[in-house]
Design a protein around this ligand. Sequence first.
Ligand code: ADP
Length: 453
Amino acid sequence: MFERVLIANRGEIALRVIRACRELNIKPVCVFSEADRGAHYLSLADQSFCIGPAAASDSYLQIKNIISAAEIGKAEAVHPGYGFLSENSHFAEVCRDCNIKFIGPTPEAMQKLGDKVSAKEVAHKAKVPLVPGSDGLLTEEAVAVRVAKKIGYPVLIKATAGGGGKGMRVAKDEAELKAGLKQAAQEAEKAFKNGGVYLEKYIDRPRHIEVQVIGDTHGNVYHLWERDCSLQRRHQKLVEEAPGPTLPPDVRKKICESAVRLVKEAGYSNAGTVEFLVDRDNNFYFIEVNARIQVEHPVTEMITGLDLVKSQIRVAAGEVLGFEQDQIPCRGSAIEVRINAEDPANNFRPSPGKITKLRLPGGPGVRFDSHVHEGYTISPNYDSMIGKLIVYRATREEAFATMRRALDEFVLEGIKTTIPLLKAIFRDEAFAKGEVDTTYIERELLPKWTPTA
Ligand code: ADP
């Protein structure tokens, strides 16, 4: 096992990895930007190094600074967390060249799956169903028009390098398609330095179902069941649960097996997520792979009893996953909500600033993963997540009751948060019945929501 692991991240996920390291008797080494200097979670690391100014492009994305920190801190491995460099195959390659283990898949597997268009080719080879769309990238407008006619409007223009719900555009007809193609390519070039775009059929009111997988470096790959992340706003997840409440058992089996087939085809190891859309007839379609740990991994940890971050470190160190597929349990019901520093009553305007009062919920079935504390200041430089509230109960109904009372116990003052909206979500009848899709929040819930209620 490693003696020291460098954590190339910040905030909630940095703390999550510190905790996993401590339990494995590993010394965690942290990096921080000037904006994060003095953050409490850093004091839980053995050492921490400043890697640059607040802007992520000058610090958390600076490969050479991070590698220097790993070398000075004598770390044998790097955990990238999520976001930042976590899906950057070049970073994984640099780590390998410097003889530092990257806690994630190989750069080759990342390359195959990181780009959405090439991931679709892998899926096709693995006989996993795809959303009907263009074969590869689109470079000519005339081809795009032909493809759209064939699959039928509305279509979705997507960026091959897209992420975080960015770089997507719906086109209802040919005129919108023509205008959208140019804009989407320009936006993608600006945001991801890759202007490649492709077309997909726009699936009407789908559910978002994703399958957690984990593989070791000895060829064993297993799925850890699915998560339903259908409650989103602007393609960004707000609530995630495991298991999915609506999948018929045969569909569930097929979707989980498809995920394993797909990542095996890419020679994948470590933790990853295969994302699908499921239509109203329970047909499922692959959309993308996230080749890293995800924000919503705790719900899978709760239902399987497996610590995913510790498993990531173990398999990176060369350990064999010591179980078989049929030994992985799926027990109870776990739900996570993202508490963000945003004002849901004001178009989700970011609300950075100081947390002047914080009283956390607790008691049976409650887990809160976060680096914040009373007096902590949410920086405007990074994403707005304050923390993740996770509940785990024997049944979904009980999990809802626990979530409702945990949200009611939650006191956070000084900044605006998504808590008032989350409270409304857990009083919503359609959601309780599982009758939601990826457009439900924006289509049904937000228009009838009164912030003061
Ligand atoms: P990102 O990498 O930006 O998160 P994804 O491809 O994972 O993009 O898609 C994010 C979300 O966008 C999905 O969960 C879904 O809500 C929506 N979406 C993506 N593709 C389609 C599609 N073909 N039809 C309808 N909605 C889609």
